[in-house]
Write a protein that binds this ligand. Structure first.
Ligand code: PHB
Length: 344
């Protein structure tokens, strides 16, 4: 089942049910351009028959960056640099989505062109930014009249991505970045209509989603959520059940048809697997998730109707020939951190 072709709306025909998660790599060229090495890296996975690839997080606007050497898709030149990646992946019959990323307060003015990062809050994230070894920057809480500026950044980035042939975009609503900073009641401390109640905490995400869907169409838009994930221990959104009961039908009501539930490297059963079991009964659309599942676990999640496709990150980094190995029943290389040093 996992390795058999299938068809699902709105994606259409897929080679199998294996998807590559978005993973930060930090190999973009000068001016945050995609490079030929990146085309080869994604191309190897596509040619090995990964059916759907989500790019590494791609920054929608300079003021949303927070990392060294990650790609941007703010300008036409940046968008064009992705054309060879798109061409190589799509000629292997693999679908390619661009993950659109705004880091919010998981950043520092070193990365944003010198301005303070923006967030739902003016409280900095705890800890040290491993990118520059400094504490995370003190953010500036967005003013309600600035929300449309952020919408515009995502719309422009989505249009840029589609203009160079991506099959769609994934909006990164997870992992403690900008959108999650509104959804997560342990971060969002606002007292205006963007904070407080469940509906208020969901407002920023829903307005953004409505604007992007209105601009590029629901069949091009996927959302990544991580209501339960690793964050120095397992972290769940406060009111997770009430949030999901409100947010999931509301996103569906806006036409959203594709959802990716992730957990940032944690245990599936304790985090995203649990969330998927809460969401699935209320969600008629396409759903994918995973966290280094075994082939048997993946097959059983699909067979039991929990997932339509299964995402892998670390196994796909370690094994450019992951699908071939699954087909052959060959052992998989284990991931190790030194593998991050090159685009293998
Ligand atoms: C990371 O580089 O550690 C990272 C980046 C983006 C994510 C999660 C983790 O969504």
């Amino acid at each position: 089942m996992l390795l058999d072709p299938f068809s699902i709306a709105p994606l259409g025909s897929l080679k199998n049910r294996v998807a590559m998660s978005s993973m930060t790599r930090g190999f973009a060229g000068p001016n945050h351009l995609a490079t030929p090495e990146m085309a080869a890296y994604y191309g190897r996975r596509a040619e090995d028959d990964v059916a759907l690839i989500l790019t590494e997080g791609t920054i929608v606007h300079l003021t949303g960056d927070g990392y060294n050497n990650v790609p941007h898709i703010e300008t036409a030149v940046q968008a064009k640099s992705w054309a060879p990646v798109v061409q190589r992946v799509r000629s292997a019959g693999t679908l390619l989505f661009c993950q659109l990323w705004h880091c919010g307060r998981i950043s520092h003015s070193d990365y944003t062109g010198g301005v303070p990062p923006v967030s739902s809050t003016d409280r900095p994230a705890e800890g040290i930014n491993r990118q520059n070894g400094k504490p995370f920057g003190t953010p500036r809480a967005l003013d309600p009249n600035e929300m449309t500026t952020i919408h515009r950044q995502f719309v422009d980035a989505a249009q840029n991505a589609l203009s160079v042939g991506f099959d769609g975009v994934e909006l990164h609503f997870g992992h403690g970045y900008l959108i999650d900073e509104f959804l997560d009641g342990s971060v969002n401390d606002r007292t205006d209509r963007y904070g407080g109640s469940v509906a208020n905490r969901c407002r920023f995400a829903l307005e953004l989603l409505e604007t992007v869907i209105g601009s590029v169409g629901a069949d091009k838009v996927m959302v990544r959520l991580s209501p339960s994930r690793e964050m120095e221990g397992i972290h769940d959104w406060p009111d997770m059940g009430a949030m999901l009961d409100y947010l999931v039908p509301a996103m569906s009501g806006l036409g959203l048809a594709m959802l990716d539930i992730s957990c940032a490297r944690s245990d599936y059963a304790l985090t995203s697997g649990r969330v998927i079991r809460m969401v699935r009964p209320h969600w008629k659309g396409f759903l994918m998730g995973g966290a280094s599942l075994s082939q048997e676990q993946a097959e059983s999640e699909i067979r039991d109707g929990h997932l339509d496709m299964v995402t892998w990150g670390r196994f796909l980094l370690a094994n450019p020939d992951f699908v071939g190995r699954l087909r052959a029943g060959a052992p998989l290389e284990e991931f190790s951190r030194d593998m991050l040093e090159t685009l293998r």
